[in-house]
Write a protein that binds this ligand. Structure first.
Ligand code: NAP
Length: 289
């Protein structure tokens, strides 16, 4: 990394916790490759300190930052403007300065669809099944609508939370009209005909690395021409993707989403193309992939 001085411009990621974030690694690798006087740092900020942190960012002229759990929604009242994409998702993961104040967007949407856009599929004929109804599922739904999927099934374990999820899209009729929610017990009827199965739950991550959100016998119903997409990037592959591959299905892990959402954010801050290959390589080397 080049020398950090008083002129070095600051970027970062705020969250609680942020100590395991891989964003500093990939962003600083890209900055080094571009030879720019910037540094990207992890900024641990608790929920109760968000207002103070925002005032501090103003004071130290932070150029921009990423936002992770638990601030992706809580940050919105501090921003002068958010993009239509962030509005639709209801969450912001990237913030930058404008003449009128901070502006926010959600690059998880672009990050999620990037690996799908490299495939030649007719998305208007594909009805995806999304496992989980948390924050990441919101970016996934928005991305799948952008791709042109005609109907989207979201599967969760709590009817009350599923209803809230459905209701939260009421102001986006293009989404609410094509979204159906289902309980986990209904998966048995959805898996045999799905062409895209997306895991947005943390099942399969440490400490649950032996687990799959869909059990082995049900995964045997997955069509061999289907795509299984796990947002988890470590372990790689997850148990879910191993079971999908055993069926002959195509497996996509969460690493490319992580890289692409980061590249989109860095491009916004630097206003120039960024070396995505170096960002990807740095993560693959760190994760020993
Ligand atoms: P979140 O808001 O906490 O949502 C998690 C969802 O998973 C909730 O709907 C939760 O259900 C469900 N869930 C949790 N444990 C479950 C279980 N045992 N069985 C069934 N459902 C379960 O988390 P998030 O922000 O959406 O993140 C989810 C995952 O996506 C994480 O693994 C995260 O690392 C990954 N992610 C990856 C990227 C990337 O760039 N690759 C980006 C964002 C997120 P309840 O609501 O019923 O609790």
């Amino acid at each position: 990394m080049s020398l950090i001085t008083g002129t070095t411009k600051l970027l970062g990621v705020i969250g609680d916790p942020v100590k395991h974030s891989l964003s500093p690694l990939m962003h600083n690798r890209a900055i080094e490759e571009l030879g720019l006087d910037y540094v990207y740092i992890p900024l641990p900020v608790t929920q109760e300190n968000l207002a103070k942190a925002m005032a501090g960012f103003e004071a130290i002229s932070l150029v921009g930052f990423n936002i992770t759990i638990p601030h992706k929604q809580a940050i919105i009242p501090y921003l002068a403007e958010i993009t239509p994409t962030a509005q639709m998702v209801g969450a912001v993961n990237t913030v930058w300065r404008t003449n009128t104040g901070w502006k926010g967007t959600n690059t998880d949407v672009e990050g999620f669809i990037a690996p799908l856009q490299t495939l030649s599929r007719d998305w208007s004929k594909i009805t995806p099944v999304i496992l989980g109804n948390g924050g990441a599922a919101r970016a996934v739904v928005t991305g799948l609508v952008e791709l042109g999927c005609p109907q989207i099934y979201v599967v969760g374990r709590d009817r009350h939370k599923l209803n809230e999820f459905s209701q939260s899209w009421q102001n986006s009729p293009n989404i609410s009209s094509i979204l159906q929610t289902h309980l986990w017990s209904e998966l048995i009827h959805l898996i045999p005909s799905t062409q895209l199965l997306v895991n947005t739950t943390p099942v399969g991550m440490s400490p649950q690395i032996e687990n799959s959100p869909v059990d082995a016998s049900l995964m045997q119903q997955l069509p061999s021409e289907a795509i299984a997409y796990d947002l988890i990037y470590t372990p790689n592959p997850t148990q879910f993707l191993k079971l999908a591959k055993a069926q002959g299905a195509m497996a996509i892990d969460g690493l490319e989403m992580l890289v692409q959402q980061g590249a989109s954010a860095l491009q916004i801050w630097l206003q120039q193309p960024v070396p995505i290959d170096k960002m990807r390589e740095s993560l693959r080397a760190y994760l020993k992939l």
